[in-house]
Design a protein around this ligand. Structure first.
Ligand SMILES: CC(C)(COP(=O)(O)OP(=O)(O)OC[C@H]1O[C@@H](n2cnc3c(N)ncnc32)[C@H](O)[C@@H]1OP(=O)(O)O)[C@@H](O)C(=O)NCCC(=O)NCCS
Length: 142
């Protein structure tokens, strides 16, 4: 397994991976091909893929607001789980963000997602039960 940058040429494979992983995503909003291409243009190192014999089997999308670094859209192909791929992606994501001066790494996880909560706990992330996420959206698609 090799972890390296994903380019826009991997877009269809990336969407396919998200679908196989049953990960909700926004194909008409921030996950459209145009939106992803724009994000990749600004921060090419923020899109990481795990490749097994050239097949994309895992991915993570990073973002940074300059204060905190965020782990988004983490997904591993169901046939390749429990082999440490997500752990390796998060470790590499932290390295990329650390290189940019980021010292706080964060992830938003749905409460019922036990696998993801266990993963992040194992990797040293602290759960904040006292925080409730608020957002304001222009539409459901964004
Ligand atoms: C969550 C997910 C990314 C984990 O990927 P993975 O490559 O299987 O994870 P790893 O092999 O690195 O697992 C590391 C540790 O996380 C925990 N973990 C991972 N999957 C787990 C599961 N299904 N149940 C319980 N614990 C789990 C375990 O502690 C595991 O260590 P272990 O295998 O030694 O017990 C994967 O299940 C997935 O793609 N899920 C669907 C999409 C999703 O929920 N993404 C996260 C959005 S926040």
């Amino acid at each position: 397994m090799e972890i390296r940058k994903i380019t826009i040429n991997h877009y269809e494979e990336l969407v396919n991976l998200w679908q196989r992983a049953s990960l909700p995503f926004k194909p008409k909003g921030r996950d459209s091909k145009e939106a992803i291409a724009k994000q990749m243009g600004a921060n090419p190192e923020f899109f990481l893929g795990a490749f097994e014999n050239r097949r994309l089997v895992g991915a993570i999308v990073l973002s940074s607001d300059g204060r905190k670094g965020w782990m988004n859209r983490l997904a591993v192909d169901p046939d390749f789980r429990r082999r440490g791929i997500a752990s390796a992606l998060v470790a590499e994501a932290e390295r990329v963000l650390r290189d940019q001066g980021v010292k706080i790494f964060c992830a938003l996880i749905e409460d019922e997602n036990e696998a993801s909560k266990r993963l992040f706990r194992k990797l040293g992330y602290v759960e904040h039960r006292d925080i409730i996420y608020f957002s304001k959206r222009e539409s459901d698609d964004v």
